[in-house]
Every structure is written in structure tokens, then in C-alpha cells.
Design a protein. Structure first.
Length: 585
């Protein structure tokens, strides 16, 4: 065992040496972004549904940092959509996985100029292949497509991405990549250890931009689990469709990441293949021209629902856009290479902490600090640090009703996190904060539909992946950021703050529905000060979400669970996680 350890350490040292003599970071090539035609189909769709305005607001997408770097090149993407006011934006929640996929697919089919995708993860699977098939078709029509993917989930896929990027109208870049020895699990992990200070820091943003006029951001990556297409387990997730001035803010952020030194063209890792046609691309890597017979049979309910939704999704949704003040926040791409001022979650204050290091966190905390009546938070991984706990405790003392929705041990896709999370439950409950934890297997009745009402298939495990908050029923947050050190301190994150009250009401209702005892456990303290998990199983009905947020929720009846649910392996991971530093989970 000692010899093996010495050998492994030697490999790490050798690769560390290799890493230290790598060439200088890639210098990005700045490209002028196309200008969108005011008569483009997506522009016209938005124009027809937007409230009447006195003038047309053109949203530039050139960031100030880009201007300084490359004054001679234009980085503008004009947004030819009339605005109600200079900063007006439209927003619509995408809570249903099938609808979220259908909107993306419909945007690809209707885009005519540019399509920009920025994601933490692009998984393999049915939904990814269907989207890529449409992306190739759009590129064949002359649409310029840019895909920016974080390197965390690209093992063994450089060749696939390079073949896709061989299309004249598609470019793929990898963010914060392992630059050498990336071809195998062993070599990648050794290089990760050798460069741990930067390689554990990831681009967690999720952004989708179509023709500069419609955008999507939120919690979803690209993969079956995010679109209800997985047969074994799916995420309860949330993102938003956006239009108006906020899309210009999203475009500026995308351009900044795309042109950063950490965004490396995938062809630098693999020799570009000699292919140029859609058929070659599909045949070689994605095989998306046709589903197999097995897939057609197994996924028939999903594909049928998808086809039905896609036929009318944009005409149905766009008239329902809610217009108001919406701002997009994103960390700078340099965050992954800049040493943090502190390694735990700190709340900005005038005394010593000017910024947490996260633009989204600072903006959200500022709104929470101003709460007068109610704060509702949904965070799949909740490791907020002592500062944030004290903030919530202080709000409760002022009479603000504070409610938290997170994952139970049974539902969490990363059970390690439940170890350090467990230490926050009791002080929050003692302060008067209400806590609900999503069940792994929600109660949906004897004969449910092909998927759960909270966005999961029949019989599958559900995990919370939505990141959201509502303050006083008026201000709302949706994004990629969890309330934990990984999001606040280490990764780059993105999201929106909306001042549209009707949208805030929609998000609030969705969160309260997820907290009903059909779908979640109510975590409470009994008279002995011990944790209990309340559920309505065998109780003859669910409690209403409205009852649950009152100071004294009705908890009569139902079933009390004295030990949180989870199998042996989940409990083992939780116990291991409790021993690890939470700022590295």
C-alpha cells in the first residue's frame, strides 16, 4: 500500500511539473457579433405580444471590459424589440420539464441569426441528442451557433464536440479545461489534483440566447434528468423564459465568458475531423437521425407529450410574458482563477466584508435584508454559513416569516451535503424558521399520470434542483446559485432578480405547492427538542400550503417519522460528509 501511495504521488508530481511548463493561456479571437434583423421571426413574435411602447429600445451587448480589450471590433447585438420603458423585460416560469425542453426546441426551430448556449453540463442521452439534431439543422440554415461548456463533464467527449464544431456555423469552447492529459479518467484526475486550486472551481452558469431577443436562465443543465426524460430519476427544477432589456444583460455576460482566456476552442484538444455535412456529424457521434425501436417504445409517452407541447408552446407562452423590472446577475469569468478573499460564505457589511465574491449572492442578500413580511427560499444544497443563519434568525425576531425548502436525505442527489447541512436544522427551527424537505418518492395518488405533478416520472426518485426565493411576495430570484460555499465562493453563477409582483406570486405558489405534505416532509422539533419529520402518509389528505406558512401550522394527524429516511449508502455518505470541510463540498 505504501509503494502504491508513493507511485501515485510521483505521478502527481510529474504531472504537476508538466502543468507548470504549459504554454501561456489561450488568447481569444474576438469576433464581431451579428446584428439581428428587426423582421426576424422571433423578433416579430415578441413584438406582437409586448405592451405598446412609445419608442424602440436597442440593447447593446458589448461589455465595458470587451470595449477596453478590443476597441476596434464591434461586440454589439442589437435587440430590435420595442420596450414599455427603458429597463422593461418579460418573464415566464418554466417549471415543467417537458415544457422547458419544448421551448428550447421551438427556439432552435425559429431562430434565424444567432444561438448562444452556456452550460455547466451537457449530458449524453435522448434529450441532448434531440436538441443537437435541431442545432445541426439550424446551422445548416445559416444560424451562427456558439456553445460554451464547462469542462467538468466532458471526459471522453472531445472528439464528439470537435466533430460538431467542424460544422462551418458551429463553434464549441470548453471553459476552465484540463489542458493536458485529459483523455482518461486516471490522467484527468491526476491533473485535477495537481491543479486543484483552479480545477475545482467551475462555471455553473446556465444561459440560452436566441437571436438576441429571447433567453432562458435558471437551474437546468442539458440532460434527461432536467427535462423529465429519465426513467429512473428526475429533478424538480425551475428556469425562466425572458425577453426585453434583460436579454441584453445576458448577452453581455455570455460574450464576456466566450472571449475570456479560460474559454478554449475544443479543436485545440482534438485534431479537427474532415467532415462538413450534417449527415456525417449525426452518423459519427450522435446518431440522431432516428430513434432506435427500443427508444420509440420505451419513451413513447414522453415523446408524445413533447410533440404535443412543441406544436404550440411559443404561441401559448409569449402572450403570457409578465413585463416589469428584471435584472440579470453573473459572476465574472475571472472568478475561477482569482483567489477568494474568504473561503466561507460571508455577508457583505460596511465593517470588513465589502463583497462575498458573488454578484448574485450579494444582490439576493440585499433584498432579503430588506424583507418586511416573508422570505421563502428553495436551495437544493443549503450550507449558508453562520452569517446567513444569523440573518434569518434576525428576520424572524423582527416578525418576518422565513421558510426553507431543501432536499431530504432521501431525495438529495449528493447525500454528502446532508452531513454538514444537518447542523443548521436545529438552530433554525429553534429560531422559528420553517423547514421543508422534498421527499424522494412523493405521494401522487393511486393512479398518477406518466409523470409526477412536481415534474417527475411515475415511480422515479425526485430530487430538488430549483434555486429560487421570494421576498414579501414581490421580489423573486431564480438562478443557478445554491446557498453554499461552492456557489458563493468557488463557482461562477448566474440568475435574475425580478420586481414583477405577478411573477413573484407564481413562484411563491409553486414553492408552497412543493412544500405540501404530499411532496415534502415538514421538519419540526418535538417537546423534547428532537427532530421529527411530519408527512401526511395514511392521514387522508394533504395540508394546504397556505396553512403551512402561518406561525402555528396545523400539524394534527398524519405520520411522524423520528429518523430521516434514507438507505444505508445514503446514511454512510451523509456521515462522511459531516466530517468534511463544508467549504469544499
Amino acid at each position: 500500500m505504501m509503494l502504491k501511495g508513493v507511485a501515485l504521488w510521483a505521478c502527481v508530481c510529474v504531472l504537476s511539473g508538466c502543468a507548470s511548463v504549459l504554454p501561456e493561456p489561450y488568447t481569444p479571437v474576438f469576433e464581431a457579433t451579428r446584428t439581428v434583423d428587426a423582421n426576424a421571426p422571433l423578433v416579430q413574435m415578441v413584438r406582437r405580444v409586448q405592451p405598446k411602447a412609445a419608442h424602440v429600445q436597442l440593447a447593446p451587448t458589448q461589455s465595458e471590459s470587451m470595449k477596453k480589450k478590443q476597441q476596434s471590433l464591434s461586440m454589439r447585438l442589437e435587440q430590435a424589440v420595442p420596450q414599455v420603458e427603458a429597463n422593461a423585460s418579460g418573464i415566464y416560469p418554466l417549471a415543467d420539464g417537458v415544457q422547458a425542453f419544448a421551448v428550447r426546441n421551438a427556439l432552435i426551430k425559429n431562430v434565424t441569426h444567432t444561438l448562444d448556449l452556456q452550460y455547466y453540463s451537457l449530458h449524453t442521452g435522448l434529450s441532448s441528442r434531440l436538441l443537437i439534431r435541431e442545432l445541426v439543422k439550424a446551422a445548416d440554415r445559416g444560424v451562427r451557433i456558439r456553445i460554451l461548456i464547462d469542462d467538468m463533464d466532458t471526459l471522453g467527449r472531445d472528439k464528439e464536440m470537435t466533430v460538431l464544431a467542424a460544422h462551418d456555423n458551429i463553434e464549441v469552447r470548453i471553459f476552465n479545461p484540463i489542458r493536458r492529459f485529459r483523455g482518461t479518467v486516471l490522467s484527468r484526475n491526476l491533473m485535477l489534483v495537481a491543479n486543484l486550486s483552479t480545477q475545482h472551481r467551475r462555471m455553473h452558469n446556465k444561459v440560452w440566447l436566441a437571436d438576441g431577443v429571447l433567453g432562458i436562465t435558471g437551474g437546468r443543465n442539458i440532460g434527461d434528468r432536467y427535462f423529465n426524460a429519465n426513467e429512473s430519476d428526475n429533478f424538480s427544477d425551475l428556469d425562466v423564459l425572458l425577453s426585453g432589456a434583460v436579454v441584453g444583460q445576458m448577452q453581455r455576460s455570455f460574450d464576456e465568458f466566450w472571449n475570456s482566456n479560460n474559454a478554449i476552442p475544443v479543436e485545440l484538444f482534438e485534431k479537427a475531423p474532415q467532415v462538413s455535412t450534417k449527415e456525417d456529424i449525426q452518423k459519427m457521434i450522435f446518431k440522431t437521425n432516428a430513434l432506435t425501436r427500443k427508444e420509440r417504445v420505451a419513451r413513447h409517452p414522453y415523446l408524445s407529450a413533447l410533440n404535443e407541447a412543441e406544436n404550440h408552446v411559443l404561441p401559448d407562452i409569449l402572450p403570457k410574458l409578465l413585463w416589469g423590472g428584471i435584472d440579470f446577475y453573473s459572476d465574472a469569468p475571472t472568478k475561477v482563477t482569482t483567489p477568494p478573499a474568504q473561503k466561507d460564505v460571508r455577508i457583505p457589511n460596511e465593517a470588513d466584508v465589502q463583497s462575498s465574491g458573488s454578484a448574485m449572492f450579494d444582490a439576493l442578500v440585499s433584498k432579503i435584508q430588506q424583507a418586511k413580511r416573508e422570505v421563502i427560499i428553495a436551495s437544493p444544497y443549503f450550507l449558508p454559513g453562520d452569517d446567513f443563519i444569523q440573518l434569518l434568525q434576525g428576520l424572524v425576531k423582527k416578525g418576518v416569516a422565513v421558510t426553507l425548502l431543501s432536499n431530504s436525505l432521501e431525495s438529495n442527489d449528493v447525500p454528502l451535503v446532508n452531513g454538514p447541512y444537518s447542523r443548521y436544522r436545529k438552530p433554525l427551527l429553534e429560531a422559528g424558521v420553517k423547514i421543508y424537505e422534498l421527499k424522494g418518492f412523493p405521494n401522487v395518488g393511486a393512479t398518477p399520470q406518466w409523470r409526477h405533478p412536481i415534474f417527475s416520472w411515475k415511480g422515479s426518485r425526485t430530487a430538488l434542483h430549483s434555486k429560487a426565493a421570494v421576498i414579501d411576495g414581490e421580489v423573486s430570484y431564480v438562478g443557478s446559485m445554491n446557498l453554499d460555499p461552492r456557489s458563493v465562493v468557488w463557482n461562477t453563477e448566474a440568475g435574475i432578480l425580478s420586481r414583477q409582483p405577478d411573477f413573484a406570486k407564481n413562484v411563491r405558489n409553486a414553492l408552497l405547492n412543493a412544500m405540501s405534505l404530499d411532496y415534502s416532509y415538514a421538519v419540526i422539533l418535538n417537546h423534547k427538542g428532537q427532530l421529527e419529520w411530519r408527512t401526511n402518509e395514511n392521514s387522508g389528505g394533504a395540508q394546504s400550503p397556505v396553512e403551512m406558512i402561518q406561525p402555528e401550522p396545523a400539524m394534527n394527524g398524519g405520520r411522524v417519522i423520528l429518523r430521516e429516511r434514507g438507505n444505508f449508502w445514503r446514511r454512510l455518505q451523509r456521515n462522511i460528509g459531516a466530517c468534511l470541510p463544508e467549504n469544499f463540498l
